[in-house]
Ligand binder design. Structure first.
Ligand code: ZN
Length: 602
């Protein structure tokens, strides 16, 4: 029996409370210190999970034990000479993949929200009991988790074990009336369990997931798993994913799932497959190939790295690329997705102010705490990181006369760091690229990773037989895509704002340098009239587009409760929308393009 045991009981889920008991057979003789993490790996923001503790009680042999709080997330109990028992109650009402949520329909939690760290015994093996609920409405519930069962019943209730605290908090748990599918990759059983009302074509999904997982495993050359779980929460509207070593938690809209017959929203489904692909790729990249600083972190405070462009950017490059390589989407559909990433990067002037290395380092306060000014101030280490990966893929091909590519770098990272458990230090990836290619890459990294100038996408993609073209957006929803013929729409007038999702024309954000910004309009302003005529969210864009660039416009808007008048000059929409096309190529470029989009697993 483990000397540190946890148990979770679900009898108060209706009021969003999880009861968690911790028993420590050999507590610290100087007074046992316990704490909860401030953040969860994979989501780089201080979340202070301890704020959700509504009860903390310590006892020993039936007698209360006094305790004191050392800081916002740390407790110390008085010394005791026998098993120390600590009972906590956690308020669980955050429907995301990062925390905990329970009600009469399910219980979902991450260990970071419910399991106290036992200081001095973080490295010892632990057990956790998931108690079978007593209430009637939970009769059909079963457990989905990648925790290793020690003595669990057919529905998954019972005792599980973990190697240490870090392992314990890396297995989210979903308990509900679940539907599930399974498939095998390299003889390893993979399972997807879905909570939430939904209809799905589980056969189609299982087939596509199997192709995706096989493709990733084939690229890395091995699958370091004996099990894998996709835990899905299907809701009306939602999106999110968090990676773990043996599982992933996903939040999706129920309409993202494929339906039987022809009712599938194919675009939404592609997005869902991309999310699954992304999180699965992470089982290598970030969960096993890890930044050294993450290995050393105790999750009590921010852990800084400049490397998220590798761990999130490369993962974002491979998530969609895997879809085309595995045959889940067509080459044209892949270029559509790639064009949209380019558009996303090019639309933010923040890319001239922040490098992807800086964006990684400041993720805690900037990327994860985006406000209305974010597009003007920061760059995404996901989106631009994916373009850096693409650029590096091309540069490695060029430096090795097509002998190597980014896949070889990923395999090398796996061999050197993933398999050995050695952490990746800042600068290691640069050194590895130079080792792989035998070429000097200093200038590349200075510009692409630590610099803020635009990548030469024209030249990079031409090497892969793909043409790049930028044009003005046709409307607010236009994010570019794949084209067979380059279009040249007439540049329409725009204000350069984003609107909130509501009937009123309320500004969500103003783009730097745009007409609205120059005139002094701001996020939060509610535009009510243009040139003396009433305006709403539905007709604003069209009315502005009717004016010619250079025309003078008069806008009335409420800022808080004050009516303000703005005079501005209509400006033409910028060429910020990316179209990609196949260039008419043959010979080595055609072969290279086919290899890039279709690389068979080795
Ligand atoms: Zn990710």
């Amino acid at each position: 029996m483990s000397k540190v045991r946890y148990s979770v009981s679900l009898n108060q889920v209706a009021t969003h409370l999880l009861d968690v008991r911790l028993e420590i057979d050999e507590p610290d003789a100087g007074g046992q210190v316990l704490s909860l993490p401030a953040w969860i790996p994979g989501s780089y923001m201080i979340r202070d999970f301890a704020k959700n503790l509504v009860r903390f009680e310590a006892s020993c042999a039936g007698r209360c034990v006094a305790w004191e709080k050392l800081d916002k997330q740390t407790w110390r109990c008085e010394p005791v000479s026998d098993t120390l028992r600590v009972d906590i109650q956690v308020y669980a009402w955050d429907l995301s993949v990062r925390s905990a949520h329970c009600d009469i329909t399910h219980a979902y939690f991450n260990g970071t929200s419910v399991f106290l760290r036992v200081h001095g015994q973080s490295e010892t093996s632990l057990s956790v009991e998931l108690k079978r609920p007593e209430l009637g409405f939970q009769k059909a519930w079963s457990v989905a988790t990648s925790l290793v069962p020690e003595a669990a019943d057919s529905r998954g209730f019972g005792v599980y074990c973990a190697e240490d605290y870090e392992d314990l908090i890396d297995h989210p748990v979903e308990i509900a009336e679940l539907s599930s599918l399974s498939f095998e990759v390299q003889e390893v059983v993979h399972r997807m369990s879905v909570y939430g009302r939904h209809q799905w074509d589980d056969e189609r999904l299982a087939g596509d997931l199997q192709r995706i997982c096989r493709q990733h495993a084939g690229m890395f050359g091995e699958l370091p798993l004996d099990r894998y779980e996709f835990l899905v929460m299907a809701v009306g509207k939602g999106y999110g994913g968090l990676e773990h070593r043996f599982s992933t938690s996903l939040l999706c809209s129920r309409d993202d799932l494929p339906k039987k017959g022809d009712a599938t929203d194919e675009k939404a489904y592609r997005g869902f497959l991309g999310l699954c692909s992304h999180e699965y790729f992470h089982l290598w990249n970030v969960k096993r190939i890890r930044p050294r600083v993450f290995q050393l972190s105790d999750l009590s405070e921010e852990t800084y790295t400049q490397l998220l462009w590798v761990f999130e950017g490369f993962t974002s490059y491979y998530d969609d690329l895997c879809l085309v390589r595995s045959g889940c989407i067509s080459a044209e559909q892949y270029l559509e997705l790639l064009a949209q990433i380019v558009t996303r990067v090019v639309r933010g002037k923040g890319r001239f102010k922040q490098s992807v290395a800086e964006s990684s380092f400041d993720a805690w306060t900037k990327f994860y705490k985006q406000d209305e000014n974010a597009p003007n101030a920061i760059v995404s280490y996901y989106a631009k990181g994916a373009l850096v990966a693409l650029a590096l893929d091309v540069r490695i091909r060029q430096a090795t006369a097509d002998g190597s590519n980014l896949d070889d770098l990923m395999r090398l990272l796996w061999q050197r760091y993933g398999k050995t458990g050695e952490g990746v230090a800042e600068g290691d990836v640069e050194a590895l690229v130079e080792e792989l290619t035998g070429a000097e890459f200093g200038d590349f990294f200075t510009e692409a990773v630590y610099g803020t100038s635009d990548l030469d996408l024209d030249g990079l993609l031409a090497y892969l037989g793909v043409g790049v073209h930028f044009r003005p957006a046709k409307d607010a929803k236009d994010a570019g895509g794949f084209v067979t013929e380059i279009s040249r729409p007439v540049s329409r007038s725009v204000l350069g704002i984003r609107l909130k999702d509501s009937a009123e024309a309320e500004i969500a954000g103003v783009f730097e340098g745009a007409a609205a910004a120059l005139a002094g309009l701001s996020a939060g302003d509610q535009i009510i009239a243009l040139n003396g005529l009433q305006i709403n969210a539905a007709n604003l864009e069209k009315r502005v587009a009717e004016s010619a660039p250079g025309d003078r416009l008069e806008i009335h808007a409420f800022r808080r409760d004050e009516l303000l008048r703005f005079e501005l000059q209509a400006l033409p929409a910028e060429d910020d929308t990316c179209e990609l096309s196949f260039l008419d190529v043959d010979g080595p470029t055609a072969r290279r393009r086919a290899g890039w989009l279709g690389s068979a697993p080795r």
